[in-house]
Design a protein around this ligand. Structure first.
Ligand code: C2E
Ligand code: CA
Ligand code: CA
Ligand code: CA
Length: 270
């Protein structure tokens, strides 16, 4: 009995230690990658399914370590937990604004959606930086959107509302990302005044099952509030058709396009 327990404890400790070591290694390497300017920014178009035109792009951070892509789902969390998310987020903002000029030539009406971590959005410094970067790059405020997840609303609602208001007063649209997965209710969204609701991929994936209920609710609310709606993770024509039947026309997903580097986007002309 004793022996088995010891063996199990040893086993679990071993995997915990491995996990911990990987995290420390990634943290160190990510810090270097940010400093060496070796992160990349990919772009995924969002289409209007009625016209097949690109309405906007989402900027998605990419990191290759020894020739292998590390998933943002892993490295963004590490960046958030180890104090690197500000530096990473600032880099993303600057790169997106720099890229905006080339993108605008090929797609004059399309803006770039930038993912913003809750931690980045916790003080006014980030909004100050946006102002500064827009001025430096000469990019118009209508050319970028901010994508905030619902977890933003878990804390500090008053200050947050002011910050969102400030961003929107600057002419920058705000999207709620991964809608339906987080804390916010439809009523919170009504208070805040956001421009676009991005319905999480999970509901699109389940659109022929229980996903259709939330989709119906979002359509109903957005129509009365004048918000835009984007469906994330559209993978099949059946899903696209069902969304169109529900009055959701802005689609993002592998059915249309994967995220690609700027150079490829300028070549392929979606
Ligand atoms: P997200 O903001 O929800 O981004 C959409 C994710 O869905 C992207 O994953 C994209 O590649 C993926 N995707 C798009 N279409 C489809 C589809 O049809 N099917 C499937 N299965 N997936 C699809 P990615 O690039 O791996 O990013 C994962 C998450 O990492 C993002 O989720 C976002 O939360 C975070 N992230 C990525 N870049 C940044 C960044 O620059 N800053 C911050 N703060 N977070 C970022
Ligand atoms: Ca997003
Ligand atoms: Ca999302
Ligand atoms: Ca997500």
């Amino acid at each position: 009995q004793k022996k088995i327990e010891k063996g199990l404890v040893g086993f679990f400790n071993q995997t915990l230690i491995e996990k911990y070591n990987r995290e420390l290694m990634l943290k160190k390497k990510l810090d270097e990658a940010i400093r060496n300017n070796s992160l990349e920014l990919y772009y995924q178009p969002i289409f209007d399914a009625r016209t097949n035109e690109v309405v906007s792009f989402e900027a998605l951070c990419r990191w290759q370590l020894n020739g292998e892509f590390i998933s943002p789902d892993e490295f963004i969390v590490i960046a958030e937990q180890h104090g690197l998310i500000q530096a990473l987020g600032n880099w993303v903002l600057k790169r997106a604004c720099e890229d905006s000029a080339s993108l605008s030539q090929a797609y004059p009406n399309a803006a770039i959606g930038i993912n913003v971590s809750v931690i980045q959005f916790q003080n006014d410094e980030f909004v100050d930086l946006i102002e500064k970067v827009l001025a430096e790059t000469g990019v118009g405020s209508s050319k970028i959107h901010l994508e905030l997840t619902e977890s933003v609303f878990a804390t500090d609602k008053g200050a947050l509302l002011k910050r969102i208001e400030r961003v929107r007063d600057m002419g920058i649209k705000v999207s709620i990302d991964d809608f339906g997965t987080g804390y916010s209710s439809l009523s919170v969204i009504q208070d805040i005044g956001v421009d676009v609701i991005k319905i999480d991929r999970a509901f699109i994936n389940n659109i022929f099952k229980n996903g259709s209920a939330i989709i119906g609710a979002v359509v109903h609310m957005s129509q009365s509030m004048g918000q835009g709606v984007v469906a994330e993770g559209v993978e099949t024509q059946e899903q696209a058709d069902k969304l169109i039947a529900n009055g959701i026309y802005h689609h993002q997903g592998f059915l249309y396009n994967k995220p690609v580097p700027l150079s490829e986007l300028l070549k392929q002309n979606c």
